[in-house]
Design a binder for this molecule. Structure first.
Ligand code: FMN
Length: 169
């Protein structure tokens, strides 16, 4: 099995983190992945907040119940005016671009021996207010990242996936 295949097949959403902080060089490596990820028309509308102080983590907890003890959280956003717009219908690429960045962070974390869990269950209005996101900056995902607590296991539905036949239209 290729390294990539192993990476994606062993990854699962970690929902119990221990308190060991994520090393600065690992944070930097992850931000480098967020920087080089592809975006529509290479417009790079992704904007990220790195949250790790007790005050910041407390604010994350006010926006979502899904931090699960992680000591590091990425807040992945995009800047509306910076995203590409499809001329046919005005559909913009912000959500897609930010989701690619979040996927890179998620898999990059796995590659560094860290766990993560994509969180979309958050209050966007509160997030915008507490983290003072400027107008036009749209929060897409919180990504708690850290070392999985001892005994952390995949959720019961982790292996439930549709068959290839079902996903084909
Ligand atoms: C777009 C998206 C949003 C998600 N939002 C949440 C969330 O708010 N809270 C949470 O605990 N998990 C969340 N998850 C994790 C999914 O529940 C999880 O990926 C899915 O159940 C499959 O499990 P696995 O990641 O262990 O393979 C989200 C995942 C994605 C891709």
């Amino acid at each position: 099995m290729s390294t990539f295949n192993e990476l994606v097949t062993t990854r699962y959403s970690v929902r119990r983190f221990n308190s060991i902080p994520v090393e600065e060089d690992k944070v930097h490596s992850l931000l480098e992945l967020a920087r080089i990820a592809p975006t529509a028309h290479n417009l790079q509308p992704q904007r990220i907040k790195v949250l790790s102080t007790p005050e910041e983590l407390e604010m994350v907890d006010e926006c979502t119940p899904c931090r699960q003890g992680a000591q590091l959280v990425f807040l992945v956003c995009y800047e509306q005016g910076a995203a590409w717009e499809r001329p046919f219908d005005g559909q913009h690429s912000g959500w897609v671009d930010a989701s690619i960045i979040t996927t890179y962070l998620m898999l990059g974390a796995q590659d560094l021996g860290l766990g993560s869990c994509w969180v979309m269950y958050f209050d966007p209005e509160k997030t915008t207010r507490l983290f003072e996101l400027k107008e036009g900056v749209v929060p897409v995902a919180f990504l708690p990242v850290g070392y999985a607590a001892e005994g952390s296991v995949p959720g019961p539905r982790h292996t439930e996936r549709v068959s290839i036949e079902e996903l084909l239209l």
